[in-house]
Design a binder for this molecule. Sequence first.
Ligand SMILES: Nc1ncnc2c1ncn2[C@@H]1O[C@H](COP(=O)(O)OP(=O)(O)OP(=O)(O)O)[C@@H](O)[C@H]1O
Ligand SMILES: [Mg+2]
Length: 256
Amino acid sequence: MGKIIAIANQKGGVGKTTTAINLSSGLSYAGKRVLLVDMDPQANATHGLLSLQEIDENVYSVMMSEADIHEAIIHKQEPKIDILPSHISLAGAEIEMNKIAKGKEALLKNQLNQIRDQYDFIIIDCPPSLGLLTTNALTAADSVLIPVQCEYYALEGVTQLFLTIRLVQKTYNANLRIEGILLTMFDVRTKLSVEVSQEVRKNFVKQVYQIAIPRNVKLSEAPSRSLSIFEYDQECNGAKAYKQLTEELIKRNERG
Ligand SMILES: Nc1ncnc2c1ncn2[C@@H]1O[C@H](COP(=O)(O)OP(=O)(O)OP(=O)(O)O)[C@@H](O)[C@H]1O
Ligand SMILES: [Mg+2]
């Protein structure tokens, strides 16, 4: 049974999608079978890995049972990951989904159950909001990985996210756990980055990954070539950091 990890933080631009793409790719290079599910109407993960011509169905048509999940999944070769794409229509979809009387929080979970055993890891990239799309991701997930940007107000929103996680635990998914907290866009030269990372480590102690993802322009360039950082520039600091994150995550999961 594949482990389902949602990458969530309702704060925008903190590195959710960059982490979803490069962690998925890292896990694949580590020999794991990986599915990346794009739950964001912005479809950044989708377009960071696929060209428009490759996309047919999307996660919304799957959730609404208009398309078969097996047919909607795209098998990418480099990096070797499967992708359940998003589409801009997912924005309006949230309104449609809200009209469903019963079980609207479990639409994604029910679909992923069909294919879960074909993967070791299913990574869900969440939108920067705490609406029904994120609730669907958290209801389907075993755990949440929270990227926190080393910037002013880094922890702003994390409190709200924890409240949402608790609500989902109470109502839809009692087994939901915190996978880990990831410091992103770390810049060792700035006092602010160092201060924020110390603050986050003090607050969340062991939940924080040892590796902090550095600010690295290569990480922002790779998606324009539909590549993960490992094909784009294996030697850059961003690639080394995401490789270490992958190793830490696998090790934590082996310990159970
Ligand atoms: N470590 C990094 N170094 C440099 N640039 C980065 C890094 N991580 C992310 N970026 C860039 O910062 C921007 C925001 O990152 P990303 O899209 O991953 O955040 P997000 O949390 O998914 O955003 P949103 O909330 O809009 O979905 C992107 O342009 C991305 O390329
Ligand atoms: Mg994103």
